[in-house]
Each structure stands twice: as structure tokens, then as C-alpha cells.
Design a binder for this molecule. Structure first.
Ligand code: 5AD
Length: 363
């Protein structure tokens, strides 16, 4: 054990086997040492800082049928909603007025022209009304490169598209046959090609996944030279096919939380200067899960700025926190708990990943 920690603390580059050893740690003292080491790396490359992105969940209408997701097309128990342009703009401006500096538009996947145009119009309007000062990230799934380009030219500059599982075989087990790994990879390449700061991530602790898969996911992030990571523990949604494969989920909540935190710590140790989100899924497992994520190496939190009435419609998993809160309450609660970690919130900045500048400087 001491050799693993000697290597971690020396700052030497970690290899795949080190990542496997990290992900297998279970002893509470070892976990503390791991999180502290990752936090130190974060302090060195990012500082004692947290960036916020207000997230607007624009719609739960989705053309995809992913086996893990509560808003999959096949879930007939979900009442579908979609915000109109004005409501989306309002959500984004809430983030701006809270001085978050940047916002995310996330929603179920759609690629009809009407939708594509609506997003363009929202982007242009918000850019205009904030004098170009609100940074905008999109998380709207797989699109043709021409669509990504139109959205980029309309003012979005970051895009999140999780690979979900970098192992094509596991990807195949989590999705119907017409959702292909190749297409997902093609989209990630398109995003980088168009010029987006590109973020990706995986489901952590999903049925059928091994520790080796997770170590390979981390190596995948490195090889793909990504700028940001948003990944979180898998949480069961009862109306999905994958729920059957995880019958003892309730007893495994603590393990899921720890695995999520270990992945964050390992990603920080391996990739150092990237933006790393401490995701809401961690908060679903522990009221202070996101704060624990910050102390394990995360530096980004995405507070919900969706109007309260629409929140219940956007449950990718059950037990999602903050459903009955409004954006103001979410903000006040979060600011308080972040302060308790000793971290400083960065306001009114886009909070781009230092890695992006280093990478683009290189090119
Ligand atoms: N548990 C955790 N994360 C989920 N996502 C979808 N369903 C679940 C779930 N049941 C994640 C996916 C997707 C992101 C928007 O939400 O990784 O990319």
C-alpha cells in the first residue's frame, strides 16, 4: 500500500495498474489519504476555487432509449414537458443574475430542425442580452457536425457528451442496438473539430462494469485529451430495464458514493488541470456528496436553475435532490455548504479549464 501512496504523493504519472489499485481501495483511512492527495493536486493546478454553471433542464422529450435513464423514450410513466424559448432564456438569465458566469442547457435528445433553430435563437438572444458575458455549455446529445457548428457559431463554447462507457461491449449492454458506440465517438470528434471545449464522462458503478473498465475509462479521457469531465455514480431508476440488474442497490449506496469519489480523485491525479464536475448524482447518495466531491478533487458544481414546476419532470434517476426547491433556495444552500468546505466560489467568470488553454496553445 505504501508504494502506491509513495507514487501518488511523488506526483509521478500514474499508469493503468495504479488506477486499478486506487479504485480497489476500501479502507477508510486509505480513502482519506487518496482524497487528500487528489485535493492537493487540485490546489496546485486550479486553486481553492469552485466554478458554478447554472443548469437549465430544457426538456425531457427524448428520441433515445438508454437502458439506465428515467426519461428514455420507452418510459410511458413520464409526463413529457418542454420549455419554450422564453422560459429557457429566463433560466439562463437567472444563472447570469446569480453571477454564476456560465450556464448549461441540458435536455433529452432531439434533432429536428425546429429544435435546432430554437437552440440557435436562445443562444443568440442570451448572448445579446448578457453582452456576451454569460458562458454557455450545451448538453444536448448526438448531433451532426453541421448542427454542432451552427450552435458553436451562435455562441455556445463548451459541450458535454458522455461516452457513458469507453468499452464498446459495455456500451452495447447499456443501449439498444441502434445507439452505436461508433456514432458517439464520431460526435466527440466532431465537437473537438468544431472547436468546442469538449467534456465527456461515464456512468460509475453500472451493472456489467468492472474496475478495469473504470481504469480504462480514465485512460480513455487522457488519450482523448478532453478538457472537462462530468461523471457520476449510477443510480437506479425503477422504470428502466437496467434496474432489474441491480436489485440490491439500496444496500450499496455507500459503495456507489465511494466509487464515484474514487473516480474523481483518480481523474484529478491523472489529468491534473482539467475541469472536473462534482455531480448532482453524488448529492443524491449523500446530502453533502457534492462537497465531498470537491474535497476529492472536483472543481465545478452545476446548480439547478430550472423553474421548480418543471423539476419533477427531469428525473434521470430517482431520489434526485432539490426537486421542490427554487433556484434561489438552491443557490443559498449551496453557497453555505461550499463555504463550509473552505473553498471559494468564483463568480462572473466562465471558468474554462486550464487544460483547454494549454492544449490549444500547443496546437
Ligand atoms: N444514473 C446516473 N446517471 C444517469 N444518467 C442518465 N441516467 C442515469 C442514471 N440512472 C446520466 C447519463 C447522461 C447524463 C445526462 O445523465 O450519463 O449522459
Amino acid at each position: 500500500m505504501s508504494t502506491l501512496f509513495d507514487k501518488i504523493n511523488s506526483g509521478a504519472d500514474l499508469d493503468r495498474q495504479d488506477l486499478i489499485d486506487i479504485l480497489k481501495l476500501t479502507d477508510q483511512d486509505d480513502l482519506e489519504r487518496l482524497f487528500n492527495a487528489a485535493y492537493k493536486v487540485k490546489l496546485k493546478y486550479i486553486g481553492k476555487r469552485v466554478s458554478l454553471r447554472g443548469i437549465v433542464e430544457i426538456s425531457n422529450k427524448c428520441i433515445k432509449d438508454c437502458f439506465y435513464c428515467g426519461i428514455r423514450r420507452g418510459n410511458i410513466n413520464v409526463e413529457r414537458f418542454e420549455l419554450n424559448k422564453k422560459q429557457i432564456v429566463e433560466g439562463l438569465l437567472t444563472a447570469f443574475n446569480f453571477n454564476y458566469g456560465s450556464a448549461v442547457m441540458q435536455g433529452g435528445e432531439r434533432n429536428d430542425e425546429k429544435f435546432v433553430v430554437m437552440i440557435e435563437e436562445v443562444l443568440r438572444e442570451v448572448k445579446e442580452r448578457t453582452d456576451g458575458r454569460l458562458g454557455i455549455t450545451l448538453s444536448l446529445g448526438e448531433q451532426d457536425e453541421s448542427v454542432y457548428r451552427r450552435w458553436f457559431e451562435s455562441g455556445a463554447h463548451r459541450y458535454l457528451l458522455r461516452i457513458e462507457a469507453s468499452n464498446p461491449e459495455l456500451y452495447g449492454m447499456l443501449h439498444p442496438a441502434d445507439h452505436t458506440y461508433e456514432r458517439r465517438m464520431e460526435c466527440l470528434h466532431s465537437l473537438q473539430h468544431v472547436g468546442f471545449q469538449t467534456g465527456t464522462g461515464v456512468l460509475i458503478g453500472v451493472p456489467g462494469q468492472s474496475i478495469e473498465d473504470l481504469a480504462n475509462d480514465l485512460m480513455f479521457f487522457k488519450k482523448f485529451d478532453i478538457d472537462m469531465i462530468g461523471m457520476g455514480p449510477y443510480l437506479v431508476h425503477p422504470d428502466t430495464p437496467l434496474a432489474k440488474k441491480f436489485p440490491d442497490f439500496e444496500e450499496k449506496r455507500k459503495d456507489q458514493l465511494n466509487l464515484g469519489l474514487k473516480m474523481i480523485a483518480a481523474a484529478r491525479l491523472l489529468l491534473k488541470d482539467i475541469n472536473l464536475a462534482s455531480t448532482t448524482a453524488l448529492q443524491a447518495l449523500d446530502p453533502v456528496g457534492r462537497e465531498l466531491g470537491l474535497l476529492a478533487g472536483g472543481n465545478v458544481i452545476m446548480p439547478n436553475v430550472t423553474a421548480t414546476e418543471y423539476r419533477p419532470g427531469y428525473q434521470l434517476y430517482t431520489g434526485k435532490p432539490g426537486l421542490d426547491e427554487n433556484s434561489e433556495q438552491s443557490r443559498i444552500a449551496l453557497e453555505k455548504t461550499i463555504r463550509q468546505t473552505g473553498e471559494t466560489i468564483i463568480y462572473n467568470e466562465w471558468g474554462d479549464s486550464p487544460h483547454y488553454f494549454r492544449r490549444s496553445g500547443k496546437r
